[in-house]
Design a protein around this ligand. Structure first.
Ligand code: GLC
Length: 746
């Protein structure tokens, strides 16, 4: 007998299978997650439960060491995986293996209007997060572009809830296919950076449900995001990250969402509100985790205070267990998921994805007399002007700042693409920002220039006048009061005197093209004086190659604007009707806050433009191509039906030019008569079709009740009212190509 048990023991060791105790349920992959969670909770002490709910370092939370439940590691950000920081600092840990692929800004992704690009983006960035052993990627940001001044518009998906919903949901699916959770942010109405900790966004239910929540609902309910980040701001008087209405009633109530609500870093200010307001995990609270008696993480609002409150019966164990359950579910979906792929980082595939997304997102805004693509038989000498032709943009901008493994800036890209074929001369034109690092990630550039502003301008004008073409690379950068977290822009104008410089350059050489590098809209007072304008976005590692490819015509641009290019702030409802940046008030509970009334209500972006019959610089959905497209007449399969019917609209689109190209066909729905006010039209479908010269494709849209409904805030439900509707097909929100009416019967 002795031989047998020894043999069994040897067999056990050799196969690693425990023959002593059954594998505990919580560790048994064959058991349903909910059963495993119940088992784990039954084995946890109160102290272990509380510890699970708050950070132990800047970006991690403890698991349950005694049970072998792993820690939860998070990391920024929406456009690339942030480099390692010190245990509890924002500063770099100085690792040498944590550079990453910097992908294009999310406004660029939205400008592709291509869900395949969103899936590719999510999958690729998720692989990098997985390889870096992060269980939670702190993105995507899906806040609606309400004002062009918001410092973080570049991290978000534009002004329209439908476009942001479709693109955000597929980004989520892509990331989570790696067994990495997204943390969709910043829930909700975090639409400006000015006073971001104290702004109290005051909004009615129609705008809440029709404009500001859809992208979060698509990410959480449709795409199944495993975590979500509560914003710093207040909503209708209570902090968003533990807002009774937003978190308990809507997110966990109406939407029945089973994920984890994670606070933004330092967004928690009170234990009772956090516990009862549906917060599940607290990160980044004031302490640096090191000063003060012992480990100051115990001072977190969901730490000792919460422990004592549960122990003394102030807070229920059942409520605590719901939070623990959610965190364990997140852990079992990620860190404890043995079937996850292994990820990869800085791969050729990711560099290719970066370039493809950029190429599909760049928007050709203006192209007079086919100035672009550059005809190198005529253009033999190019003057490249502007700081943004040489400035690295992957560093800076706040938490989305990255340590990119490399970054090809525009001038490099042009020199590589055109080589000796075309003479390229470069002049700075102005000195804007010479910052060298952010959070100790270094740009490795020294952008100082000893010349005076006058000399810089004179040199630029001199270079321009002798050139066949001027390429001006301007726009914003990731510095404060530009495209940067924590600050909003203070004007629509370009900084550093660019407007004047562009105008003077056009005077000396009218064959000028402006490439605007930014993540948000800017004023273009020089527009009539330039031949072409390209919205160049922040494009990450492959910036220069992407832009050179477009300018040279290797790639036919196909992006369209995910936001309205306002000529003035008066064209934007947040400024014309709203009281941005709000009015200070002392609140007895929340202290000094700033009330900001969303008086623009549902009229955000083109909805405001349409209602007031305004003419922006460029409309939502606008974008040109190097070829041309012709739209036929829209047809509908039935003229009448019920609200539950599906109406099918078809429209032929033809490439009438001489080169292949992609066209984004947009479907807007207009409710011709409604009991509550509605926008003139709303985006309810889009399709990006790739067509060879002369090719025609019948583009089809299915219209269901979601495309027809509006939110009745009195009845608190989505309603489709009988009556006449119109399906409007546009090449942009202002370039309407065909309409077809239909009717919803009682
Ligand atoms: C920041 C940002 C948030 C980021 C977090 C961690 O303040 O608001 O987007 O993910 O803190 O860096």
């Amino acid at each position: 007998m002795k031989i047998k048990s020894t043999f069994l023991l040897a067999l056990a060791f050799s196969t690693g299978v425990s023959v002593f105790a059954d594998t505990p349920v919580y560790l048994d992959d064959s058991k349903p997650i909910e059963e495993r969670i119940d088992d784990a909770i039954s084995r946890m002490t109160l102290k272990e439960k509380i510890a699970l709910l708050h950070a132990q370092s800047k970006f991690s939370a403890p698991g349950v060491p005694s049970l072998g439940i792993p820690e939860l590691w998070t990391d920024d950000g929406p456009m690339g995986v942030r480099p390692e920081v010190l245990w509890d600092e924002w500063d770099q840990a100085g690792w040498t293996n944590d550079s990453c692929t910097a992908f294009p800004s999310l406004t660029c992704l939205a400008a592709t209007w291509n869900p395949e690009m969103a899936k590719l983006y999510g999958k690729s960035i998720g692989e990098e997060a997985r390889y870096r052993n992060k269980s939670v990627l702190l993105g995507p940001g899906v806040n609606i572009y309400r004002t062009p001044l918001c410092g973080r518009n570049f991290e978000y998906l534009g002004e329209d809830p439908y476009l942001a919903s479709v693109m955000g949901a597929d980004y989520v699916r892509g990331v989570q296919s790696n067994g990495v959770a997204v943390c969709v942010k910043h829930f909700a109405l975090n639409n400006n950076e000015a006073n971001r900790y104290t702004t109290n966004s005051i909004v009615g239910d129609r705008a809440l449900y029709e404009i500001y929540l859809p992208a979060f609902k698509a990410a959480t309910v449709d795409a199944g995001a495993w975590s979500l980040m509560g914003g710093y701001n207040l909503v209708n008087g209570q902090h968003a990250t533990y807002n009774q209405r937003l978190v308990n009633e809507i997110l966990k109530g109406e939407w029945d969402w089973d994920g984890v609500v994670i606070s933004d870093w330092g967004a928690v200010h009170d234990t009772k509100q956090a516990v009862e307001g549906g917060l599940d995990m607290e990160f980044g609270t004031g302490t640096d985790g090191l000063t003060g008696p012992g480990n100051s993480y115990d001072k977190y609002w969901l730490a000792n205070n919460y422990y004592n409150g549960v122990r003394d019966g102030i807070y229920s164990e059942e409520q605590l267990n719901d939070k623990v359950r959610r965190v364990l579910r997140l852990t079992m979906r990620t860190a404890m998921n043995r079937n996850r792929p292994w990820g990869s980082i800085n791969s050729a595939a990711h560099h290719q994805a970066c370039r493809e997304i950029g190429e599909e997102g760049v928007v050709l805004l203006k192209n007079e007399n086919k100035t672009l693509p550059i005809a190198t038989d005529k253009v033999r000498k190019i003057a490249v002007i502007g700081e943004n032709a040489i400035k690295r943009m992957t560093v800076g901008g706040g938490s989305s700042s990255l340590k990119a493994q490399y970054e090809i800036h525009p001038l490099e890209g042009l020199q590589k693409r055109f080589g000796d074929d075309v003479e390229i001369i470069y002049e700075r034109g102005y000195v804007g920002d010479t910052v060298t690092h952010y959070n100790n990630v270094w740009t490795k550039q020294d952008l100082r220039d000893p010349r005076t502003p006058e000399q810089l301008k004179a040199d630029a004008l001199n270079a321009a006048k002798d050139a066949d073409m001027v390429l001006f690379f301007g726009g914003l950068n990731k510095m404060y009061f530009q495209d940067s977290e924590g600050t909003d822009r203070e004007t629509l104008d370009l900084p550093y005197g660019q407007n004047e410089l562009i105008s003077e350059l056009a005077d000396v050489n009218p064959n000028i093209v402006v490439v605007n590098i930014s993540g948000t809209g800017v004023a273009m007072p020089w527009l009539d004086k330039v031949k072409a304008v390209v919205q160049g976005w922040y494009l990450g590692n492959e910036t220069g190659n992407t832009l050179a490819g477009i300018l040279a015509g290797d790639v036919n641009p196909s992006g369209k604007m995910p936001y309205t290019y306002y000529a003035t702030l008066d064209q934007c409802g947040a400024h014309k009707l709203g009281d941005y940046p709000g009015t200070p008030r002392h609140d007895p509970v929340e202290g000094d806050i700033i009330d900001m009334y969303y008086n623009d209500d549902i009229y955000v972006g083109y909805r405001f433009i349409d209602k007031n019959k305004l003419k922006p610089t460029f409309p939502f959905g606008h974008g040109l191509s190097y070829t041309t497209f012709e739209y036929g007449k829209a047809a509908i399969d039935k003229k009448k039906g019920s609200a539950d019917d599906i109406f099918t609209v078809t429209i032929p689109v033809t490439n009438t030019g001489d080169r292949e190209g992609s066209e984004i066909v947009q479907l807007y729905i207009s409710d011709l008569k409604s009991s509550l006010p509605r926008p003139v039209k709303e985006l309810k479908g889009f399709s990006k079709v790739r067509l060879a010269p002369g090719q025609t494709e019948n583009v089809t849209f299915e219209i269901g009740r979601d495309a027809l409904a509006f939110f009745d805030d009195k009845a608190h439900e989505w309603v489709v009212e009988p009556g006449k509707f119109e399906a409007i097909i546009g090449a942009s929100s202002a370039d309407i190509r065909s309409k077809v009416g239909f009717e919803i019967e009682k």
